[in-house]
Design a binder for this molecule. Structure first.
Ligand code: PLP
Length: 405
C-alpha cells in the first residue's frame, strides 16, 4: 500500500507502539489512586503532558487531555455558547443587536466540521450566531472582513492550517486583532501540530485543539490548550480528572502514546519538514510537468509542507480514486470526516472553485514514513489515470465504469 492520506490519520510510529505496549503492561493502574504503583501511572501521564506542552510551546499545566481534537473544540465553543456571559460580553451584545444570551462567534468559511457543526448546533438552540469570514482564492482570510466581524463578536475561532489544502492562515495577525477587540480566541491546531514549529503561548491564543493521531500517535486521544488565567466549562462531568476540566478515568496508554509521538515530532521536526517538503515538491513538480490542465489549490499561500490538493480538470475525483485504489494508492477526495458525502468540498468552493473543479480535486498528504519510491510510483499511476480518464471522457458521453479486479 502507498499511503498518501496522512492528514486523515498517520500510521503509529514504532516507538509509539512500543511505549503504549509497555504502558499497558507496566502502568495499567488508575493514576488517580493513592498507592505507590498508581503513582507511577500518574508520573507517565505527567511526563506525556510535558512532551505535548514542549511540542506546542505551552506550560504543562496548560494542557488538558481529551479524546481528541473534536472534543477539545466542542469544549471551548460550548463554553462560549452555553457558558455564563460576562459583563463585557453583555455590553457588546447590547451594541451588536444580538440577544444578551447569544454567543457571537467569528470563524472562517473553510473550517473543519468539528467547528462548523458545533456552532450550527448552538445556532439551532438559539444560543449562537456565527460570523463566517470569507477566504480569497489562495485560501487566506480577508483581514478587513475579519476585523469587521470582530467588532460584533464575543469569541473567535479558526483553523491554523487547513486539513484539505494545508493552507496556513496568518495566525499572529488574526490573533492580534482579537487582542485589540479583547475577544477570546481559540485555534484548531490539529493539522499544524508537529508539521510546523508552534508556540501557542507566544502567539497569545487563549485555547487550542490538538490531536494525537495526526502525528503518528494513537487515535482517541488529544488535548486542549487552556492558557493560564483562562477558564473553561467542562463538556464531561464526573470524577474531576484533568483538574476538573475533563472527567473520566484517565486514558493512560493513549496519553503515553501521544506523549511519545510528541517527543519524536519535536526531536525530528526540522528533518521531517525538510523530508516531506522534498517529497511533496517533487510530487507536484513532476505532475505539473507531465499533466496539462491541473492546478494546485493554495499553491501561492503558505502551506503545510506535507499537503497537496490538486484539481485535475475533466477527471471526476471518484473515478480517479478508483483507479488509484486499484494500484493500492490511498488519498482523499475531501476530508476523511466527510467520507461518503459526494457534495463538493466546502473548503474548495469557499476558495472560489466551481462545483466541477471541486469535484475533480484530490488531497495527497505525505509523512516521514513515506519513501521516495512510493512517491515516484504514485506520480506514474496518477499520470496514467488522468490520461485514461480524459481519453474516455473525450470519446464517450456516458458514465465511466471501472472494474476492480
Ligand atoms: N480539526 C482538524 C483540522 C482536523 O483535520 C481534524 C481531523 O480530521 C479534527 C479537527 C478532528 O480531530 P480528532 O480526529 O482528533 O477528533
Amino acid at each position: 500500500m502507498i499511503y498518501l492520506d496522512n492528514n486523515a490519520t498517520a500510521q503509529p510510529h514504532p516507538e509509539v507502539i512500543e511505549a503504549v505496549r509497555e504502558c499497558l503492561v507496566n502502568n495499567w493502574q488508575n493514576p488517580s489512586a493513592h498507592y505507590a504503583s498508581a503513582k507511577a501511572a500518574h508520573e507517565v501521564v505527567e511526563k506525556a503532558r510535558e512532551s505535548v506542552a514542549a511540542l506546542v510551546g505551552a506550560h504543562p499545566d496548560e494542557i488538558v487531555f481529551t479524546s481528541g481534537g473534536t472534543e477539545a473544540t466542542n469544549t471551548v465553543l460550548n463554553t462560549w455558547i452555553h457558558g455564563r456571559n460576562d459583563n463585557q460580553m453583555q455590553g457588546r451584545n447590547e451594541r451588536n443587536g444580538y440577544g444578551s444570551d447569544c454567543a457571537v462567534i467569528a470563524t472562517l468559511t473553510t473550517e473543519h466540521p468539528a467547528t462548523l457543526r458545533t456552532l450550527e448546533a448552538g445556532r439551532q438552540c438559539g444560543k449562537c450566531a456565527t460570523l463566517h469570514v470569507e477566504v480569497d482564492r489562495r485560501g487566506l482570510p480577508l483581514i478587513d472582513v475579519w476585523e469587521e466581524a470582530l467588532q460584533d463578536a464575543t469569541g473567535a475561532t479558526f483553523c491554523m492550517a487547513n486539513n484539505e489544502t494545508g493552507v496556513i492562515v496568518p495566525t499572529e495577525t488574526l490573533v492580534n486583532i482579537c487582542r485589540r477587540y479583547e475577544i477570546p480566541v481559540h485555534v484548531d491546531a490539529v493539522q499544524a501540530v508537529g508539521k510546523m514549529p508552534l508556540n501557542l503561548d507566544g502567539l497569545g491564543v487563549d485555547y487550542a485543539s490538538l490531536s494525537s493521531h495526526k502525528i503518528h500517535g494513537p487515535k482517541g486521544v488529544g488535548a486542549m490548550f487552556v492558557r493560564r488565567g483562562m477558564s473553561i466549562q467542562p463538556l464531561i462531568y464526573g470524577g474531576g480528572q484533568e483538574g476538573g476540566y475533563r472527567s473520566g478515568t484517565t486514558n493512560v496508554p493513549g496519553i503515553v502514546g501521544f506523549g511519545a509521538a510528541a517527543r519524536i515530532a519535536l526531536e525530528h521536526m526540522q528533518e521531517r519538514i525538510a523530508y516531506v517538503s522534498y517529497l511533496r515538491n517533487k510530487f507536484e513538480m513532476e505532475l505539473l510537468k507531465h499533466i496539462p490542465r491541473i492546478s494546485i489549490n493554495g499553491h501561492d499561500a503558505p502551506r503545510l509542507p506535507n499537503t497537496s490538493n490538486i484539481t485535475f480538470e475533466g477527471c471526476p475525483s471518484e473515478g480517479m480514486m478508483l483507479l488509484l485504489e486499484i494500484e493500492d494508492i490511498c488519498c482523499s477526495v475531501a476530508s476523511a470526516c466527510k467520507a461518503g458525502n459526494h457534495t463538493p468540498s466546502s473548503v474548495l468552493t469557499a476558495m472560489g472553485l466551481d462545483s466541477a473543479e471541486a469535484k475533480s480535486s484530490l488531497r495527497f498528504s505525505f509523512s516521514s514514513m513515506n519513501t521516495e519510491e512510493e512517491v515516484d510510483r504514485a506520480i506514474e499511476v496518477i499520470v496514467c489515470s488522468v490520461n485514461s480518464l480524459r481519453e474516455v471522457q473525450s470519446s464517450h458521453s456516458g458514465p465511466v465504469i471501472v472494474y476492480k479486479p
